[in-house]
Design a protein around this ligand. Structure first.
Ligand code: PBG
Length: 330
């Protein structure tokens, strides 16, 4: 034996499957997953979304079927996003406040049929506005903060009244978490949670989602005056601190994979549950690599989701949720 050969060998614990399992520092289970679903009008409808191969818009009856599927797969929570009919989209997004809009109908149907699964709802105006922005736009094209926030409060109250379990404001208006929490308390929705999209970046990775909710072609300009600048990390900590002080129960970092550093820093700075959104562009990237024959879907899905757990996430919103849960059940 030569003196320079190692006696300390980190490969030793990696040498068999049982040993790798024994030494795994992180686990991924179906209970870590939140499944985002797109809702559309009609009955018996499944409408494939071109930009998101393998993802569809579902009519409310089919959303309920997805809810049963999620429950059977051990997925604890769904996230709902509506595709609003073009004729219901207006400059002021007033359909967002219709207590009988597609979102509220989907929430009620789900809570009725599958009460033991969580329903997370998006609060923002973009599926309802004719300009595709998350809020009201003034004459100069600026998204106005405070009057938008007033609308978001009413939108959140409607969703809570319909049975939403987790209110998830994705709009990035200042102060809206506190306003929504106050209104929920006043309306006796004490156990309705708020998961704030606290560190949400103005990202190129949202393109396929905007196709899915039908806002891509409508969007005038970009969302950089309200969503965060990708250059910033310290500012993400300020956003998280504010949302927690205002009453958020949990916080989200979005997108996911390019922002793992933000997840780690938020977890280190605040001992609160952090969630990641593996967004539409990340899903599309994986599917494009698979379609090109460049990578193995199952391995990529499980590896990317495990990375969020390793970074410190309590859970992940992912369009691969059902597929991942099936893989994990094997
Ligand atoms: C809109 C909203 C967006 C997403 C979730 N809520 C898009 C945006 O901000 O333009 C993106 C989700 C995804 O890309 O999967 N408030």
């Amino acid at each position: 034996m030569t003196a320079s050969y190692p006696a300390l060998r980190l490969r030793r614990t990696r040498s068999t499957g049982w040993s790798r399992r024994l030494h795994a520092e992180t686990v991924l289970t179906p209970a870590d997953l939140i499944w985002p679903l797109f809702v559309c009008d009609g009955q018996g409808i499944e409408e494939p979304i071109g930009a998101l191969p393998g993802v569809s818009r579902w009519s409310v009856d089919n959303i309920v079927a997805r809810g049963r599927e999620a429950r059977d797969l051990g997925i604890p929570c769904l996230a709902l996003f509506p595709y609003t009919q073009p004729e219901r989209r207006t400059e002021d997004g007033r359909e967002a406040l219709n207590p009988d809009n597609l979102m509220c109908r989907a929430i009620r149907a789900l809570k009725d049929a599958v009460p033991d699964i969580g329903v997370l709802t998006d609060v923002a105006l973009d599926p309802y506005t004719s300009h595709g922005h998350d809020g009201l736009v003034d004459a100069a094209g600026y998204v106005v903060n405070d009057t938008t926030a007033d609308m978001l409060v009413q939108q959140a109250l409607n969703q809570a009244a319909a049975g939403a379990d987790i209110i998830a404001p994705s709009d990035m208006m200042d102060g809206r978490i506190g306003m929504i929490r106050t209104a929920l308390e006043a309306d006796a929705h004490h156990n309705v949670q708020i998961m704030s999209y606290a560190a949400k970046y103005a990202s190129a990775f949202y393109g396929p989602f905007r196709d899915a909710v039908g806002s891509r072609g409508l969007l005038k300009g970009d969302k950089k005056t309200y969503q965060m600048d990708s250059a910033n990390a310290e500012e993400a900590l300020r956003e998280v601190a504010l949302d927690l002080a205002e009453g958020a129960d949990t916080v989200m970092v979005k997108p996911g994979m390019p922002y793992l550093d933000i997840i780690v820093r938020v977890r280190q700075a605040f001992e609160v549950p952090v969630f990641a959104y593996q967004v539409s562009g990340e899903y599309a990237m994986i599917e494009a690599a698979v379609a090109a024959g460049a990578a193995d879907r199952d391995a990529m899905v499980l590896e990317t989701l495990l990375a969020f757990k390793r970074a410190g996430c309590s859970g992940v919103l992912t369009y691969h949720a059902a597929h991942a849960a099936k893989l994990l059940a094997r």
